[in-house]
Write a protein of this length. Structure first.
Length: 363
């Protein structure tokens, strides 16, 4: 079975990690997967670094429709059985050539399609409608949470037989491969997320202020449109010495930062099934998250981590305090318990097996 994965190529976060890790696992399992990026950028570069089979179409923007015939020819001449798109632009392009190709078409829904273009005015509303129309035309849809699957079935009115829940997975490492933790005087928490409103870092800063514990230090990792606003908020809240903005970090840099962290925190308003928390768990960090997506599948109870209400500063503060007040040895046990659990349920091997099983029913 020949499979082509298609992405715009400009992702630089969870979407990139999902695509590259999935194709790395497929390569490990000797599956015939190719990645096609509409434009050269972070995804193609990451694929080259990972020595994956990657091609670049050279489409300059979502309005560059001249590349449609090029895309259709690439698919047909490559004799692909399955084309699997990731992201709104790739979905749009496939929907426009749907009748010109013989391959079956799958889509992965990585995020809430009703929120992807929120805050972009009329243009955002148009993009949302176009993306939803494209999604409805696919032969098969992978939703990374049950909530997204239900939304597609009930709100977008997609045939339930076309929708499959496949949770994100990651590569897990033996504990002996995880770098030893550094001794450090403070309680360090890390938030790895794009600096965007949907990621809720402003809530985290307010919760940290409410916690009123100078021993707790927050490291925010990621760039985005809200970065300056968050820096200003930290100053207004007089949290200056407690908050460190790291900016974008590579995986290697992040792994090193994890060595002096005590807790990984995500306070988003909306998420799917955050890979960043699976990766933090692999690095033996306990987890705290708002109750987004299917997070309660990832953190099933209080023995496995801390879950706060979405958009609720008081609830986030309460869970932070609980984590800070938990003896370090018990936090260590919690982190190990959670890693054992997620490794059993959310490995890349399991994710790939589930996807291949669905492919086999439609190819």
């Amino acid at each position: 079975m020949k499979v082509l994965h298609v992405n715009a190529g400009l992702e630089n976060g969870g979407g990139l990690t999902h695509i590259i890790n999935l194709l790395k696992e497929a390569k490990n399992e000797q599956q015939n997967f190719t990645l096609l990026c509409l434009a050269d950028g972070p995804v193609a570069q990451a694929a080259r670094t990972a020595k994956l089979d990657v091609q670049v179409l050279g489409i300059k923007s979502r309005y560059d429709l001249g590349g449609l015939n090029k895309l259709a020819n690439f698919i047909n001449q490559g004799n692909f059985n399955i084309v699997h798109t990731h992201g709104a632009r790739a979905n749009l392009f496939l929907s426009l050539i749907r009748r010109k190709i013989t391959a079956k078409w799958c889509i992965t829904i990585h995020s809430d399609p009703y929120l992807d273009f929120v805050g972009r005015g009329l243009k955002g509303k148009i993009f949302t409608k176009v993306n939803l129309h494209a999604i409805s035309q696919a032969d098969c849809i992978f939703a990374v949470t049950k909530r997204f699957a239900n939304l597609l079935i009930k709100k977008v009115k997609i045939n339930p037989e076309k929708v499959h829940v496949i949770y994100n997975g990651t590569f897990f490492h033996e504990n002996s491969q995880i770098p030893a933790k550094y001794e450090h005087p403070n309680f360090n928490i890390v938030n790895v997320a794009r600096a965007e409103k949907v990621k809720g870092q402003a809530l985290l800063l307010q919760a940290l202020k409410k916690l009123n514990n100078a021993n707790v230090h927050l490291f925010i990792v990621g760039d985005g449109t809200e970065l300056n606003s968050l820096k200003n908020l930290a100053q207004q809240l007089k949290l200056g010495p407690q908050v460190i903005f790291q900016g974008f970090m590579t995986h290697k840099q992040l792994k090193n930062l994890y060595r002096r962290m005590d807790l990984a925190v995500l306070t988003s308003y909306s998420e799917s099934f955050p890979l960043v928390l699976l990766e933090a768990s692999d690095n033996l960090l306990p987890l705290l998250s708002t109750a987004v997506g299917d997070i309660k599948v990832m953190i099933p109870d209080q023995k496995h981590g801390f879950v706060a209400n979405i958009g609720d500063v008081d609830s986030i503060c309460t869970q932070l305090k609980q984590a800070v007040d938990t003896p370090k040895e018990l936090l260590k046990e919690m982190a190990q318990r959670e890693k054992n659990y997620v490794e059993r349920h959310f490995s890349l091997k399991k994710q790939l097996e589930s996807i291949l099983q669905v492919y086999s029913t439609i190819a």
